[in-house]
Design a protein around this ligand. Structure first.
Ligand code: SAM
Length: 240
Protein backbone atom coordinates (compact mmCIF):
# COMPACT_ATOMS: atom_id res chain seq x y z
CA UNK A 1 0.00 0.00 0.00
CA UNK A 2 1.22 3.49 -0.83
CA UNK A 3 0.37 6.05 1.85
CA UNK A 4 0.68 9.74 1.00
CA UNK A 5 0.39 12.32 3.75
CA UNK A 6 -0.13 16.00 2.99
CA UNK A 7 0.70 18.11 6.02
CA UNK A 8 2.26 21.37 7.16
CA UNK A 9 4.35 19.44 9.70
CA UNK A 10 5.98 16.40 8.04
CA UNK A 11 8.63 16.32 10.80
CA UNK A 12 5.95 15.17 13.26
CA UNK A 13 5.83 11.79 11.49
CA UNK A 14 9.52 10.89 11.79
CA UNK A 15 9.34 9.18 15.18
CA UNK A 16 6.10 7.31 14.60
CA UNK A 17 6.88 6.02 11.10
CA UNK A 18 10.50 5.30 12.04
CA UNK A 19 9.87 2.88 14.92
CA UNK A 20 8.42 -0.52 15.69
CA UNK A 21 5.77 -2.09 13.44
CA UNK A 22 5.31 0.91 11.12
CA UNK A 23 9.05 0.99 10.45
CA UNK A 24 9.21 -2.77 9.85
CA UNK A 25 6.31 -2.60 7.40
CA UNK A 26 8.29 -0.28 5.11
CA UNK A 27 11.76 -1.79 5.58
CA UNK A 28 12.88 -3.50 2.33
CA UNK A 29 15.57 -5.52 4.15
CA UNK A 30 12.81 -7.34 6.06
CA UNK A 31 10.89 -8.19 2.90
CA UNK A 32 13.42 -9.93 0.65
CA UNK A 33 10.94 -10.32 -2.21
CA UNK A 34 11.15 -6.52 -2.52
CA UNK A 35 7.42 -6.21 -1.80
CA UNK A 36 7.17 -3.98 1.26
CA UNK A 37 3.65 -3.96 2.72
CA UNK A 38 3.67 -0.14 3.03
CA UNK A 39 5.50 2.89 1.67
CA UNK A 40 5.13 6.35 3.23
CA UNK A 41 5.36 9.57 1.24
CA UNK A 42 5.26 12.84 3.16
CA UNK A 43 4.52 16.11 1.39
CA UNK A 44 4.65 19.57 2.88
CA UNK A 45 1.64 21.56 1.67
CA UNK A 46 3.69 24.71 2.16
CA UNK A 47 5.95 23.65 -0.73
CA UNK A 48 3.01 24.35 -3.06
CA UNK A 49 2.05 27.87 -1.99
CA UNK A 50 2.41 30.71 -4.47
CA UNK A 51 2.72 33.21 -1.63
CA UNK A 52 6.04 35.01 -1.68
CA UNK A 53 6.31 34.68 2.12
CA UNK A 54 5.40 30.96 2.00
CA UNK A 55 2.11 31.58 3.81
CA UNK A 56 -0.68 29.04 3.39
CA UNK A 57 -3.35 30.52 5.68
CA UNK A 58 -5.45 33.68 5.88
CA UNK A 59 -7.96 35.17 8.31
CA UNK A 60 -11.55 33.91 7.87
CA UNK A 61 -14.08 35.89 5.88
CA UNK A 62 -16.75 37.13 8.26
CA UNK A 63 -14.22 37.58 11.05
CA UNK A 64 -13.67 35.46 14.12
CA UNK A 65 -10.68 33.72 15.63
CA UNK A 66 -8.06 31.56 13.92
CA UNK A 67 -6.78 31.18 10.41
CA UNK A 68 -8.04 29.13 7.47
CA UNK A 69 -5.89 26.98 5.16
CA UNK A 70 -6.16 28.37 1.66
CA UNK A 71 -7.50 26.42 -1.31
CA UNK A 72 -4.61 26.87 -3.76
CA UNK A 73 -1.74 25.17 -1.90
CA UNK A 74 -3.96 22.28 -0.81
CA UNK A 75 -5.39 21.72 -4.29
CA UNK A 76 -1.99 21.96 -6.00
CA UNK A 77 -0.36 19.63 -3.45
CA UNK A 78 -3.06 16.99 -4.01
CA UNK A 79 -2.73 17.20 -7.81
CA UNK A 80 1.09 17.02 -7.67
CA UNK A 81 1.17 14.06 -5.29
CA UNK A 82 -1.39 12.12 -7.29
CA UNK A 83 0.61 12.76 -10.47
CA UNK A 84 3.66 11.12 -8.87
CA UNK A 85 2.00 7.73 -9.40
CA UNK A 86 -0.97 8.24 -11.71
CA UNK A 87 -1.59 4.52 -12.24
CA UNK A 88 -2.82 4.13 -8.63
CA UNK A 89 -5.75 6.39 -7.82
CA UNK A 90 -5.74 6.99 -4.07
CA UNK A 91 -8.65 7.00 -1.69
CA UNK A 92 -8.45 10.58 -0.45
CA UNK A 93 -9.10 11.13 3.23
CA UNK A 94 -9.42 14.43 5.06
CA UNK A 95 -8.84 14.03 8.80
CA UNK A 96 -11.59 16.08 10.40
CA UNK A 97 -13.56 16.10 13.67
CA UNK A 98 -16.62 16.45 11.42
CA UNK A 99 -15.93 13.20 9.55
CA UNK A 100 -17.33 9.70 10.02
CA UNK A 101 -15.93 7.99 13.13
CA UNK A 102 -12.98 5.66 12.55
CA UNK A 103 -13.96 2.11 13.55
CA UNK A 104 -12.29 -1.28 13.23
CA UNK A 105 -14.65 -2.12 10.37
CA UNK A 106 -13.65 1.04 8.51
CA UNK A 107 -9.95 0.33 9.18
CA UNK A 108 -10.39 -3.12 7.58
CA UNK A 109 -11.92 -1.49 4.48
CA UNK A 110 -9.07 1.03 4.29
CA UNK A 111 -6.50 -1.77 4.58
CA UNK A 112 -7.87 -3.24 1.34
CA UNK A 113 -7.04 -0.07 -0.64
CA UNK A 114 -3.90 0.08 -2.78
CA UNK A 115 -3.26 3.74 -1.94
CA UNK A 116 -4.40 6.25 0.68
CA UNK A 117 -3.89 10.00 0.50
CA UNK A 118 -4.27 11.59 3.92
CA UNK A 119 -4.85 15.30 4.21
CA UNK A 120 -4.12 16.83 7.62
CA UNK A 121 -5.77 20.16 8.34
CA UNK A 122 -4.53 22.80 10.74
CA UNK A 123 -5.69 26.10 12.25
CA UNK A 124 -9.48 26.39 11.88
CA UNK A 125 -9.37 23.87 9.05
CA UNK A 126 -9.52 24.08 5.24
CA UNK A 127 -11.37 26.62 3.12
CA UNK A 128 -14.69 24.86 2.43
CA UNK A 129 -14.33 25.38 -1.33
CA UNK A 130 -11.31 23.10 -1.64
CA UNK A 131 -13.19 20.42 0.31
CA UNK A 132 -16.09 20.76 -2.14
CA UNK A 133 -13.80 20.75 -5.19
CA UNK A 134 -11.89 17.64 -4.07
CA UNK A 135 -15.15 15.88 -3.20
CA UNK A 136 -16.59 16.59 -6.66
CA UNK A 137 -13.36 15.78 -8.50
CA UNK A 138 -12.31 12.28 -7.50
CA UNK A 139 -13.91 12.18 -4.07
CA UNK A 140 -12.92 13.03 -0.51
CA UNK A 141 -13.79 10.93 2.53
CA UNK A 142 -13.78 12.74 5.87
CA UNK A 143 -12.74 10.69 8.88
CA UNK A 144 -12.66 11.59 12.58
CA UNK A 145 -10.73 9.72 15.25
CA UNK A 146 -13.10 10.80 18.01
CA UNK A 147 -15.41 13.47 19.37
CA UNK A 148 -12.76 15.93 20.48
CA UNK A 149 -10.72 18.55 18.66
CA UNK A 150 -6.99 18.17 17.99
CA UNK A 151 -4.74 21.06 17.00
CA UNK A 152 -4.06 19.45 13.65
CA UNK A 153 -4.76 16.33 11.58
CA UNK A 154 -1.23 14.92 11.95
CA UNK A 155 -1.83 12.83 15.07
CA UNK A 156 -5.14 11.63 13.63
CA UNK A 157 -3.34 10.61 10.42
CA UNK A 158 -0.76 8.67 12.45
CA UNK A 159 -3.52 6.88 14.36
CA UNK A 160 -5.17 5.89 11.09
CA UNK A 161 -1.87 4.76 9.52
CA UNK A 162 -0.98 2.63 12.55
CA UNK A 163 -4.39 0.95 12.67
CA UNK A 164 -4.37 0.25 8.90
CA UNK A 165 -0.76 -0.83 8.39
CA UNK A 166 -0.82 -3.46 11.15
CA UNK A 167 -3.61 -5.21 9.22
CA UNK A 168 -1.65 -5.42 5.96
CA UNK A 169 -0.46 -8.94 5.05
CA UNK A 170 3.13 -9.59 6.15
CA UNK A 171 3.26 -6.83 8.77
CA UNK A 172 2.44 -8.69 11.98
CA UNK A 173 4.08 -12.01 12.75
CA UNK A 174 2.18 -14.90 14.31
CA UNK A 175 3.15 -13.66 17.77
CA UNK A 176 1.31 -10.39 17.46
CA UNK A 177 -1.35 -11.41 14.99
CA UNK A 178 -4.36 -9.10 14.82
CA UNK A 179 -6.75 -12.05 14.53
CA UNK A 180 -7.79 -12.32 18.18
CA UNK A 181 -7.83 -8.69 19.17
CA UNK A 182 -10.63 -6.45 20.33
CA UNK A 183 -13.26 -5.80 17.60
CA UNK A 184 -11.99 -8.72 15.45
CA UNK A 185 -14.51 -11.04 13.85
CA UNK A 186 -12.80 -13.87 15.73
CA UNK A 187 -14.17 -12.33 18.94
CA UNK A 188 -17.52 -11.49 17.27
CA UNK A 189 -16.54 -7.82 17.29
CA UNK A 190 -16.19 -7.84 21.10
CA UNK A 191 -13.35 -6.97 23.47
CA UNK A 192 -10.21 -9.02 24.00
CA UNK A 193 -9.91 -11.44 26.95
CA UNK A 194 -7.36 -10.80 29.78
CA UNK A 195 -3.73 -11.83 29.31
CA UNK A 196 -1.15 -13.10 31.81
CA UNK A 197 2.55 -13.98 31.65
CA UNK A 198 5.34 -15.17 33.98
CA UNK A 199 5.72 -15.30 36.94
CA UNK A 200 2.71 -17.39 38.01
CA UNK A 201 2.60 -15.47 41.32
CA UNK A 202 3.13 -11.71 41.59
CA UNK A 203 2.45 -9.69 44.77
CA UNK A 204 0.20 -12.49 45.97
CA UNK A 205 -1.82 -12.55 42.78
CA UNK A 206 -2.07 -15.77 40.81
CA UNK A 207 -3.03 -16.68 37.28
CA UNK A 208 -6.41 -18.36 36.52
CA UNK A 209 -5.88 -22.15 36.94
CA UNK A 210 -7.28 -22.93 33.52
CA UNK A 211 -4.41 -21.08 31.81
CA UNK A 212 -1.89 -23.36 33.56
CA UNK A 213 -3.87 -26.54 32.79
CA UNK A 214 -2.53 -27.16 29.30
CA UNK A 215 -6.10 -28.03 28.21
CA UNK A 216 -6.44 -25.99 25.01
CA UNK A 217 -10.18 -26.55 24.56
CA UNK A 218 -10.88 -25.32 28.10
CA UNK A 219 -8.52 -22.36 27.66
CA UNK A 220 -10.30 -21.40 24.45
CA UNK A 221 -13.74 -21.67 26.12
CA UNK A 222 -12.55 -19.60 29.12
CA UNK A 223 -11.17 -16.89 26.85
CA UNK A 224 -14.39 -16.66 24.85
CA UNK A 225 -16.42 -16.36 28.03
CA UNK A 226 -14.11 -13.64 29.37
CA UNK A 227 -14.38 -11.76 26.10
CA UNK A 228 -18.19 -11.95 26.17
CA UNK A 229 -18.39 -10.87 29.83
CA UNK A 230 -16.02 -7.93 29.32
CA UNK A 231 -17.89 -6.79 26.27
CA UNK A 232 -21.29 -6.88 27.97
CA UNK A 233 -19.91 -5.07 31.05
CA UNK A 234 -17.78 -2.42 29.32
CA UNK A 235 -19.16 -2.04 25.82
CA UNK A 236 -22.67 -3.45 25.56
CA UNK A 237 -23.10 -1.32 22.41
CA UNK A 238 -20.75 -3.72 20.60
CA UNK A 239 -23.13 -6.66 21.13
CA UNK A 240 -25.87 -5.11 18.96
N1 SAM B 1 -12.67 24.22 13.28
C1 SAM B 1 -12.69 22.77 13.23
C2 SAM B 1 -13.97 22.27 13.86
O1 SAM B 1 -14.38 22.80 14.91
O2 SAM B 1 -14.58 21.30 13.33
C3 SAM B 1 -11.53 22.19 14.00
C4 SAM B 1 -10.19 22.41 13.35
S1 SAM B 1 -8.88 21.58 14.18
C5 SAM B 1 -8.34 22.81 15.33
C6 SAM B 1 -7.59 21.55 12.99
C7 SAM B 1 -7.45 20.26 12.22
O3 SAM B 1 -7.21 19.20 13.12
C8 SAM B 1 -8.64 19.82 11.43
O4 SAM B 1 -8.69 20.47 10.18
C9 SAM B 1 -8.41 18.32 11.28
O5 SAM B 1 -7.53 18.04 10.21
C10 SAM B 1 -7.69 17.99 12.58
N2 SAM B 1 -8.55 17.36 13.60
C11 SAM B 1 -8.96 17.92 14.75
N3 SAM B 1 -9.70 17.08 15.46
C12 SAM B 1 -9.77 15.93 14.77
C13 SAM B 1 -10.41 14.68 14.99
N4 SAM B 1 -11.14 14.45 16.08
N5 SAM B 1 -10.27 13.70 14.05
C14 SAM B 1 -9.54 13.93 12.94
N6 SAM B 1 -8.91 15.11 12.68
C15 SAM B 1 -9.03 16.10 13.57
Amino acid sequence: MRIDVLTLFPEMFTGVLGASILKRAADPSLHPDGQVPATYHLTNIRDYTHDKHDKVDKAPYGGGPGMVLQCQPVWDAVQAVEAQQPDIKPLRILLSPQGEPLTHQRVEQLAAQPRLLLLAGHYEGLDERVIEALSEDGGLTQISIGDYVLSGGEIAAMVLIDAVVRLLPGVLGDEDSALHESFSSDLQGGLDYPHYTRPAQWQGRGVPDVLLSGNHAQIEAWRRLQSQQRTSQRRPDLLK
